[in-house]
Design a protein. Structure first.
Length: 569
């Protein structure tokens, strides 16, 4: 008897691809799984969920702890296929944070692979409000059949995915993304970035956030691309995989064509490149050149200009593409595929199907092209607001937060989501001339979070992200965070928390450690005087939460407690 799956866009796409073409590859082990096998595995896993629940699981929240491999892909899609809400959990999170997610989501099941059974047991033994059923998954080893899955027309509750915010300003919120929203996000990226059956994406990202799931799993699967997993990220392993098809004795004939990661990954690859052998260096440079790596994307954090330049030099001119997105909206803005459309510090234009507007942070008026400047000639800063089919449905069990972060449109065409991010748009004469119809008009430049990255000092507005970008361009700075330090005289002072490079530890006056005075001297050559940090603290580590985010309010308290009162009164 044939297995069944609902006739949903993701399954229709998978069913239309050549069943013998590769869907998922495990880079280290070499195990390969075709699109035909994938559909069978999803259908079987969906049936098991119904069995374990002794009946339908429509609308239920089902959490899972599974490593980055075919098992993760199958688990995610089987939950969606059962019309349930998939909740990917990060194995890197401590048990108490996962317990909060389990309680808040009211999950009825926790699925775990063999690798994370103990982690799942730790989560379930922690006094949960309601203990979900623990389902232990068997490892998918390959060798499956295909051709036995039937897509049925079913009208049942829509499944989807729920991801949790980073929680830097409040407790993490559950962001509900129905399958219709996930599909709209994926199709927008498919159009903008030209995903195709010829693409092979190297996946090194964690899978509990939007970047790793929508950009690097759902979109390539809808497009018929191949996803190759290497996780956790290891610079030597990634260089080895890039180089493999171009060595004198090739280990594989399949070059990587698509790579999307965060800026720190590019930094680590650049720093580790000198450690490669001469043969590997030559092969790796060929592999990441535009002729083979057709698209390299940087996101989830601001890209330092020196990193962008070093990567372009290393790759024979492959320019990193920047984009802007967040958990609630997927990807909203992106630079274009043409190199001229990848402008430093810009995140480009609204992606297909995404509506964007800027609302002045002072006057609350909508900023329209032609009115980007105040009467005094200064740029108007606006909060990014978004709407369209790619925007999330709601914050789970939090109607107050959902209402607070939305505003009804004056045109009657639906509500706008208030991102809390501030930007400006600027005309860039050299950009916007490609044949991509959405990549036209003024380009957007992100200034930072309204709550943490827009510093008001002495009547001036300063973008912490702009200052961070310039600090990171200095060879003395390894990592940094620019923060607003309360000041009696100025309202706030610009503060910088800095981790130094080896050069920074010896590059100060008289061969000592680089100092605040050295920093101010270097930054005055790059920024207007009022933007230069007034105080700097050198640290050995900048704390981040489990999502890799910095809580700047906590950082200010920890590093600048003595500087915070009316010190200049």
């Amino acid at each position: 008897m044939a297995s069944t799956l609902p006739r949903l866009p993701i399954f229709e796409a998978i069913a239309k691809h050549d069943p013998k073409s590769l869907a998922v590859v495990h880079s280290v082990s070499g195990r390969k799984f075709t699109y035909g096998e994938l559909l069978e595995y999803i259908a079987d896993a969906k049936d098991r969920l119904v069995e374990e629940n002794d009946g339908p699981v429509e609308g239920e929240r089902i959490a899972f702890l599974v490593e980055n491999c075919i098992d993760y892909v199958v688990t995610l899609l089987s939950v969606i296929g059962a019309h349930s809400i998939a909740i990917p959990l990060s194995p890197a999170f401590p048990a108490h944070e996962l317990q909060y997610i389990m309680d808040h989501s009211q999950a009825t099941m926790l699925l775990s692979s063999k690798k994370f059974e103990k982690k799942a047991e730790d989560v379930l033994s922690g006094g949960l409000e309601r203990v979900p059923k623990h389902v232990k998954l068997e490892k998918i080893m390959g060798g499956g059949q295909y051709g036995n899955v039937v897509l049925e027309d079913e009208r049942q509750e829509e499944g989807g995915m729920m991801l949790y915010t980073s929680g830097t300003t409040s407790r993490p919120k559950g962001v509900l993304l129905p399958l219709s929203v996930m599909t709209a996000q994926a199709k927008s990226l498919q159009t903008a970035w030209n995903y195709s059956t010829k693409d092979r994406l190297l996946h090194v990202l964690p899978l509990h956030h939007i970047h790793g799931t929508i950009n690097a799993i759902l979109t390539p699967l809808i497009s018929g691309s191949t996803i190759e997993f290497i996780f956790p990220f290891n610079a030597a392993a990634v260089w080895s995989r890039f180089a493999a098809p171009f060595l004198p004795s090739p280990a594989t004939s399949a070059p990587i064509t698509f790579f999307t990661v965060v800026p720190t990954v590019y930094n680590r690859l650049i720093c580790s490149f000198p450690d490669l052998s001469p043969e590997e260096k030559a092969a790796a440079k060929t592999a990441i050149s535009p002729e083979h790596l057709r698209l390299n994307i940087s996101g989830s954090a601001a890209l330092p200009t020196p990193t962008k330049k070093k990567w372009a030099d290393l790759s024979n001119g492959n320019v990193l593409l920047e984009r802007y997105g967040m958990t609630e909206v997927g990807m909203a803005l992106s630079c274009g595929l043409n190199n001229a459309d990848r402008v430093d510090a810009s995140v480009g234009w609204p992606l297909p199907s995404v509506e964007v507007r800027l609302v002045d942070t002072d006057t609350h008026e909508i900023i329209v092209p032609g009115e980007e400047f105040c009467a005094n000639g200064k740029e108007r800063h606006g909060e990014i607001q978004l709407r369209g089919p790619t925007i999330f449905k709601e914050y789970w069990r939090n109607p107050e937060a959902t209402a607070k972060e939305h505003v009804e449109g004056e045109d009657g065409k639906g509500r706008w989501f208030k991102t809390g991010d501030v930007a400006v748009f600027r005309d860039v004469p050299t950009a916007g001339h490609s044949d991509q119809p959405w990549a036209k008009g003024p380009m957007y430049f992100i200034l930072g979070r309204l709550s943490a990255d827009i510093i008001k000092s002495g009547g001036e507005k300063i973008s912490a992200l702009e200052v961070e970008r310039e600090l990171l361009s200095l060879p003395q700075v390894a990592e940094c965070a620019v923060v607003a330090v309360p000041s009696g005289k100025w309202g706030h002072k610009v503060g910088a928390v800095v981790m130094l490079t080896a050069m920074g530890k010896t590059a100060g006056r008289n061969g000592g450690r680089w100092s605040p005075l050295d920093m101010r001297k270097a930054m005055k050559e790059k920024l207007a005087g009022y933007k230069v940090p007034q105080i700097m603290k050198v640290v050995d580590d900048i704390p981040r939460n489990a999502m890799g985010k910095i809580n700047k309010k906590v950082l200010v308290q920890a590093c600048f407690a003595a500087e915070h009162s009316g010190d200049e009164l």
